[in-house]
Write a protein that binds this ligand. Structure first.
Ligand code: FAD
Length: 499
């Protein structure tokens, strides 16, 4: 009989069972392990715990007699129970820790990577030949487009331009509190969802796990069928409006035209190739404009692949990067997602979205949550842990580069050319969040000083030596000397929550 094959909980789609190309035997018995220690180590958002367990149990139910589904305290115990000391195979897991674990188990044979467009060797070739220009995402992305023939016409980018970002930075429509677009796909819960919820309640009662955030009807796909329905609904109904307002924020419409596909992609329920293909097909059929389709392809075939490969390229020590020397702990209200005590309307709104759903789109993550943490000098490792626990799509591989690198600039600029942070003016331009706020985005000091505006200048001041050396931030450092209220600004910090 063939060796059993072990599936991790983020390897749930059919492409993880495809034989050939270094895959498991087509008749291999399967193993999945639900390790409870995962929930003891970290306090996850309840919606995330619910989604992951629901997806794993749904997959086990689909695979029926072919799979041995073991609930154990640890992965080691689970594997012993499922396979004894027999040899098993596994695809490369998605975190340094899980890779180290399976590598330390003599009975486990590691297969290659699955679930991404770009092969590790292809990334390696690209990275090796970068030289002084560095590992620029735009350069990587163009190569992926060419190599994988995505949105290409002959050797040229479809429509003649590689990058349509300029068309995709529109503020939200002024007179509306939501985008006029069909609602996103919503799954319907079943008995497996109810059973998972029952288990979570029991674990909490028995003191075996603690969670943050609110539970509610599941919003994200847990099965392949649901994931395909979500993808279809997005490409058919919502993709046309994805581009223009990609960076906009609306208090009453947190999703706008975003795809909500990250959780399904990261669970392995969807393959990025099918997402990109469907988006391209919509453009070729004249059903979606190029700026929307290119914007979406850039996210999935560009950013997502880039972050995955950089996670491995930078190595396990990357998580300890902290070039800005930020060491402040996260305040309790932030850790507890206590949005009700937050006075700045943008942060209160976004924190409530996280509390209620475990999701916000990219700009609130970067320019509201991450920017606030960066300005206040919070410990980047603690910020990373927070994002990992509180977001339904948070996994180590995608968190580290996005939080340590992109959002907290703790790597000193290996991913971005400057720290992502701004004063309230940016939030005001890109959202309807400032209007009724207690603070004024333009005020640096005084009663109504905006915590983001005051925090921005304090951040620039604190790191002025480093930022003066960077051409993209030198101008902001020069402006410091023109601020007549600099002393007051530095003496009276303005925070958005209780200190
Ligand atoms: P859309 O806007 O519809 O984009 C389409 C897809 O592109 C996403 O589903 C996602 O798979 C991919 N994508 C876009 N940007 C990125 C990126 N920077 N990195 C990886 N994939 C990307 N994404 C996660 O999947 N998990 C995370 O834990 C995560 N944490 C983040 C933390 C911070 C501080 C920041 C700034 C970004 C983070 N992102 C993360 C990236 C991005 O914000 C989310 O992928 C996106 O908001 C998910 O919503 P969506 O599916 O509607 O995305």
């Amino acid at each position: 009989t063939p060796r059993p094959h072990w599936l991790f909980g983020d390897q749930l789609g059919p492409h993880y069972l495809r034989a050939g190309d270094g895959g498991p035997d087509q008749h291999a018995p399967l193993i999945m392990i639900e390790a409870r220690s995962v929930f003891r180590r970290r306090r996850f958002h309840r919606a995330k715990a619910h989604l992951v367990l629901s997806a794993m149990r749904h997959r086990a139910a689909e695979l029926g007699g072919r799979i041995r589904y073991v609930q154990a305290e640890t992965y080691r115990e689970g594997l012993r129970e499922a396979a004894g000391s027999s040899e098993v195979t596994v695809f490369q897991p998605t975190s340094h820790a899980a890779l180290a674990l399976v590598s330390s188990m003599p009975q486990v044979t590691l297969l290659g990577q699955r679930g991404f467009l770009v092969h590790p060797e292809e990334f390696g070739d690209w990275a090796r030949n970068r030289g002084r220009s560095g590992l620029l995402m735009e350069d990587f992305y163009r190569r992926v487009r060419c190599h994988h023939d995505i949105l290409m016409d002959g050797g040229q980018p479809a429509g003649g331009r590689w990058n349509l970002d300029k068309d995709n930075r529109e503020p939200p429509p002024r007179q509306a509190d939501r985008l006029d677009v069909p609602s996103p796909y919503r799954p319907r819960e079943d008995d497996i969802d109810a059973e998972v919820r029952h288990d979570l309640d029991r674990w909490v009662r028995e003191g075996k796990a603690e969670f943050v955030g609110r539970d509610g009807p599941r919003r994200f796909p847990a099965t392949r069928r649901e994931a395909l329905a979500a993808l279809r609904r997005f490409t058919e109904r919502r993709l046309p409006t994805f581009g223009a307002h990609e960076d906009a924020m609306l208090a009453a419409d947190p999703v706008l035209s975003h795809s909500l596909l990250s959780a399904a992609l990261n669970l392995g329920l969807l393959h990025p190739a099918e997402c990109v293909e469907q988006a391209e097909a919509a453009w070729r059929a004249g059903e979606a404009p190029l700026n929307s389709v290119e914007g979406f392809v850039r996210q999935v075939a560009g950013w997502r692949e880039y972050m995955w490969h950089l996670y491995w390229h930078f190595g396990a020590d990357y998580r300890r990067s902290n070039v800005l020397g930020h060491r402040e702990p996260l305040p309790e209200w932030f850790r507890e997602l206590d949005a009700d005590v937050v006075t700045a309307r943008c942060l209160a709104t976004v924190l409530a979205q996280v509390r209620d759903t475990g999701w916000t789109h990219h700009i609130p993550r970067l320019m509201v949550l991450g920017s606030y943490a960066l300005q206040r000098g919070w410990d980047p490792a603690a910020v990373t842990d927070w994002f990992h626990r509180c977001f339904v799509d948070g996994y180590d591989w995608v968190m580290l580069t996005n939080v340590v690198g992109m959002s907290q600039y703790a790597d000193g600029g290996r991913i971005t050319t400057k720290p992502y942070t701004s004063g309230g003016a940016y939030i005001n331009r890109m959202s309807d969040l400032c209007g009724p706020c207690a603070y004024r985005p333009g005020d640096r000091t005084g009663e109504r000083a905006c915590p983001y505006t005051s925090g921005y200048w304090r951040f620039i001041h604190r790191h002025r030596n480093r930022l003066a050396r960077n051409p993209r931030t030198a101008q902001a450092v020069r402006q410091l000397s023109c601020l007549s209220d600099l002393r007051e600004l530095l003496e009276h910090p303005r925070d958005a929550g209780p200190s």
